[in-house]
Write a protein that binds this ligand. Structure first.
Ligand code: NAP
Ligand code: MG
Length: 497
């Protein structure tokens, strides 16, 4: 690192050096053994796909192939669902709840033991910085299994006066932004409640789910309790259409969520949808500004902005707008964009070419509609999918960048004068997943939280997760909750006692 003095407090006084030269600090990649090709995990074994179809999964930071992945077809999905049904009726639903807990605790511990391997794999296949997969994705995934392991034999205390019974077979479909963490959010509560599952990972990020199958084997989970079918959206649609599933749990885009809702209508299948978002991160003039700027950066640049609850609309009180934007731009200039496996990297690769194209198109629309764009100087690697951290000012509420989910490292800044105006603008979106409020006044936090139509409201922090805390949306952000006691309910039939 170049020799520099620590900037004085109130960092806008001390100049930040033009370049910070960090030596590369790559995490060792050889801790992960990636097979050339993977089958489908059905009935406790990796099996060849009946469809005989495969596709290649990539490292998005280099556009290099990592492995050949099975594209499960209708017959494969049917086979996985039968395996899950068998395991449900013959073993899993008959086990004592404390036995179910034992398996979940084992999985949690193995995830901890293998966390370095899984973190590297998550960054390789998804493009996210190793610092995040190591410090966020993996610890939270393990924590989720620990948390729901604890509930497995206490369900009757969780729902007093009612008898909790499992539903049967759950079909679970997850996105690519937090592959292993979303797997944990889906599988842990389902198993704790006594169900068996068929999970479909996202097309671009199947690898940690496939290594998770090895974790399942190591934990000696009875065969068929967890099944994994890889493939693209067609595989997901087959799972949704399957007569053998009793419940569909979906996390992904609002568009696909709506299609799934139509597909299951009238079938009697239970459904939960965790969909997109366009969160408001609201900064009042009494907020601790440096702390708020860290929260803004974490809110939108964490995981390249591939976060459903990303704070993608920043609302700043007008009197402090200039100060906040100046500080924000300075902070952005210190973000390190590059190799996801480098421990100094803050912003990694965009997950796929498709996603990069979508981000580019929306950013172009922002410029065309008249917003002012700022990107800090940064060298982007030549190969792979990259997008510089971006902030838009002079944004009108009607612009596409203020209305549509970009799902990339792109922030739109708007201003407000009064709390009423902040609430009205923040709620002016079809989504309602999350929000942030930055102010010193506790009473204002409570008043805002009560009026914001968002499933989660963070106060003086952002993107904080805990398995004990329920998460989910309003409006077009979906319905149903994951995490906490609430996260058990979608996997249970609660009968009157
Ligand atoms: P997506 O296209 O909706 O995909 C989500 C999952 O559904 C993937 O596994 C996908 O397979 C599969 N799928 C696609 N078409 C399907 C169909 N017709 N029937 C059944 N399954 C189908 O979303 P994405 O592009 O992967 O993820 C980005 C979106 O997810 C964003 O809008 C984001 O806000 C949302 N998201 C929400 C949450 C939350 O908790 N609320 C969390 C993460 C992400 P493919 O991989 O082949 O497309
Ligand atoms: Mg998709």
């Amino acid at each position: 690192m170049t020799e520099t003095k620590t900037p004085a407090r109130g960092a806008d006084r001390a100049p930040i050096p033009a370049s910070w030269d960090y030596a590369p600090a790559p995490e060792a990649r050889d801790i992960v053994k990636i097979a050339d090709r993977y089958g489908l995990f059905i009935g406790g074994k990796l099996v060849e796909p009946l469809s005989r179809q495969r596709y290649t999964t990539l490292d998005p930071s280099r556009e290099e192939p990592l492995a050949e992945i099975a594209q499960a077809g209708k017959a494969d999905v049917a086979k996985a669902v039968r395996a899950a049904r068998d395991a449900y009726t013959k073993t899993w639903s008959k086990l004592r709840p404390s036995e179910r807990a034992k398996y979940l605790f084992r999985i949690a511990r193995i995830l901890q033991e293998r966390s370095r391997e899984l973190a590297v794999l998550e960054s390789l296949n998804g493009g996210k910085p190793i610092r995040e997969s190591r410090d966020v994705d993996l610890p939270l995934a393990a924590a989720h299994f620990f948390y729901y392991a604890g509930w497995a034999d206490k369900l009757e205390y969780a729902f007093p006066g009612r008898t909790p019974r499992p539903i049967g077979v759950a079909g679970q479909i997850i996105p690519w932004n937090f592959p292993l963490l979303m797997l944990a959010w889906k599988i842990a509560p389902a198993l704790a409640a006594g169900n068996t599952v068929v999970l479909k990972p996202a097309e671009t990020t199947p690898l940690t789910a496939l290594v998770f199958c090895d974790v399942v084997r190591q934990a000696e989970l009875p065969p068929g309790v967890v099944n994994v079918v890889t493939g693209d959206g067609r595989t997901g649609a087959e799972l949704v259409a399957s007569d053998g599933v009793d419940k569909i749990a979906f996390t992904g885009s609002t568009e696909v969520g709506k299609a799934i809702q139509r597909a299951v209508a009238g079938s009697g299948k239970r459904l939960t949808l965790e969909l997109g978002g366009k969160a408001a991160n609201i900064v009042f003039d009494d907020a601790p500004l440096d702390q708020a700027v860290e929260g803004i950066v974490n809110g939108i640049y964490f995981n390249q902005g591939h976060v459903c609850c990303a704070g993608s609309r920043l609302f700043v009180q007008e009197s402090i707008a200039d100060a906040v934007i100046t500080k924000l731009k300075r902070r952005m200039s210190t973000l390190r964009v590059g190799d996801p496996l480098d421990k100094n990297t803050d912003v990694g690769a965009i997950n796929s070419k498709t996603q990069l194209d979508k981000i580019r198109a929306l950013v172009e629309s922002g410029v065309a509609e008249g917003a002012e764009i700022y990107q800090p100087p940064c060298r982007l690697p030549e190969r792979g999918y990259w997008f510089a951290p971006t902030v838009f000012t002079n944004v009108a509420q009607s612009y596409r960048i203020a209305q549509e989910e970009i799902f990339g490292p792109v922030l739109s800044v708007l201003t407000f004068r009064t709390p009423e105006e902040a609430v009205e603008k923040a709620n002016n979106t079809p989504y309602g997943l999350s929000a942030g409020v930055w102010t010193e006044k506790g009473s204002r936090i409570l008043a805002m939280a009560a009026r914001l139509r968002a499933g989660v409201v963070w106060a003086n922090t952002y993107n904080r997760f805990d398995p004990a805390s329920p998460f989910g949306g309003y409006k077009e952000s979906g319905f149903g909750r994951e995490g906490g006691l609430h996260g058990l309910e979608p996997y249970l039939r609660l009968e009157p006692r």
